[in-house]
Design a protein around this ligand. Structure first.
Ligand SMILES: [Fe+2]
Ligand SMILES: [Fe+2]
Length: 246
């Protein structure tokens, strides 16, 4: 499984994992992100049960598993959280931040309500250390009815869940978007089908365009570097969403 450092300073590190060659072809490829901040770590959208052993192994090469204090789930999908009960067996004290609206559903993945922190619709801020906060940013209806993204103002990284997702064929392995116009072919059908609301998209764009972003990190496919971030916003802003209604 790919493991690549995306950002590092004296106390904070972002690492992405993905493109697991051993995963069954029937499951969708996902990116898992780890933020190590001082003595704690945060795991973003830990993924499905099928890739759990590979993710544990890749994460433990970067940080001791018991340093994981927070798991963040952007929304309720199985490719995001079906491994949750397995993670909770490993790190039972971890706090699992998810949109509040999904808490009663995510317990069906085999965790108790007490293990979940229901994040309000307006989002919230998580303080990892006095000079490192993470912002949980509302992204409702993109695509899920309760949906959050995560912004790290120190690393200038926005983790954008399914927004920006590219469904790459097996021969496309680039970690970063290299040719934005060409990359849109891997995103267009997905965004038009899975993102239902132009209004939700416009509200989100207005919010995230104000953020200082070096990397836009989706849960599937390649990562956008700074020049491609506003390009992605412009492209997404011009897309007709909700294709199944056509
Ligand atoms: Fe999803
Ligand atoms: Fe997804």
């Amino acid at each position: 499984m790919l493991s690549r450092e995306l950002y590092a300073d004296d106390s904070v590190k972002w690492v992405v994992f993905g493109r697991d060659p051993a995963k069954p072809e029937s499951v969708i490829d996902t990116n898992e992100y780890l933020i190590v901040s001082g003595d704690s770590a945060v795991l973003l959208d830990p993924g499905g049960t099928e890739i759990f052993p590979e993710v544990v192994s890749a994460v433990s090469d970067v940080v001791a598993i018991d340093k994981i204090k927070i798991i963040f789930g952007s929304h309720q999908d199985p490719d995001i959280l079906s491994s949750l009960s397995l993670w909770l067996n490993l790190v039972p004290e971890v706090k699992v931040y998810v949109p509040w609206v999904w808490t009663g559903f995510i317990t069906h993945f085999g965790c108790s309500a007490e293990q979940l922190v229901g994040v309000p619709d307006a989002g919230c801020s998580i303080e990892l250390s006095p000079n490192h906060r993470l912002e949980l940013v509302p992204a409702h209806y993109l695509h899920s009815s309760g949906n959050l993204h995560l912004y790290d103002p120190r690393a200038k990284i926005l983790f954008s869940g399914d927004v920006g997702a590219g469904l790459l064929p097996a021969n496309e392995t680039a970690l970063f978007v290299e040719d934005f116009p060409r990359h849109t072919r891997f995103m267009e059908t997905f965004h038009r089908r899975w993102m239902p609301s132009d209004r939700a998209r416009d509200v989100w764009l207005e919010r995230v365009r104000k953020l200082d972003i070096n990397l836009l990190c989706p849960q599937h496919g390649s990562i956008f570097r700074r020049p491609d971030v506003p390009r992605f916003f412009d492209w997404f802003g011009g897309l007709k969403l909700g294709s199944a209604l056509a």
